[in-house]
Design a protein around this ligand. Structure first.
Ligand code: PRP
Ligand code: MN
Ligand code: MG
Length: 182
């Protein structure tokens, strides 16, 4: 079926919960960066939804830039070796960078990205993610702003995809096993 509803199992985080949590995070970010420069860096493609909604909740006149990265190699699991598909347009030296992500799963993408951006001489690099999964605790990564800690289930929606689909669900949910177990 082409209807997204047929593929879903259950809703884990509703649209209203996402909206409320993003308001709280935006208020924290406004306070933390008051009087300072702020560059939001969204990681394509998953972070598009959270970036759009978080940024609109800020009072701060933050800037936005985007990166696209990809795990190197043919493996299905993240190897930790990352390739830049699209780099930032901004020079981040001396700037306060806040990386915006949809999900931290193994944490390997973000540990690499934080290291890469730190090497460019910014004033600060912090991370904001809508979802963190438990495997992320195994890597040494400081995540300052977290929307929701969720269990290790296959989730989609609000930017998170399965084979490039279901990113446009307005909530976060689990996919029915028959969708990917075939
Ligand atoms: C997903 C997700 C994060 C990353 C998390 O992106 O959006 O960027 O994987 O995985 P990790 O913590 O195990 O490294 P993906 O590479 O699927 O690209 P996408 O954002 O275009 O879906
Ligand atoms: Mn991503
Ligand atoms: Mg993906």
């Amino acid at each position: 079926a082409k209807d997204m509803g047929d593929a879903l199992e259950k809703v884990l985080v509703t649209e209203e919960q996402i909206e409320a949590r993003l308001k709280e995070l935006a208020a924290e970010i406004d306070a933390d960066y008051a009087g300072k420069d702020l560059l939001l860096v969204g990681v394509l493609k998953g972070a598009v939804m959270v970036m759009a909604d978080l940024a609109r909740g800020l009072s701060h006149a933050a800037e936005m830039d985007w990166m696209a990265v990809s795990s190197y190699g043919a493996g299905t699991t993240s190897s930790g070796v990352v390739r830049i598909l699209k780099d930032l347009e901004a020079d981040i030296s001396g700037r306060n960078v806040l990386i915006v992500e949809d999900v931290i799963d193994s944490g390997l993408t973000l540990s690499w990205l934080v290291g890469n951006l730190r090497s460019r001489g910014p004033s600060s690099v912090e991370v904001c993610t809508m979802v963190r999964k438990p495997l992320a605790f195994d890597v040494d990564l400081d995540v300052k702003y977290i929307g929701f800690d969720l269990p290790n289930e296959f989730i989609v929606g609000y930017g998170l995809d399965y084979a490039e689909k279901y990113r446009n669900l307005p909530f976060i949910g689990t996919l029915a096993p028959q969708v990917y177990e075939r």
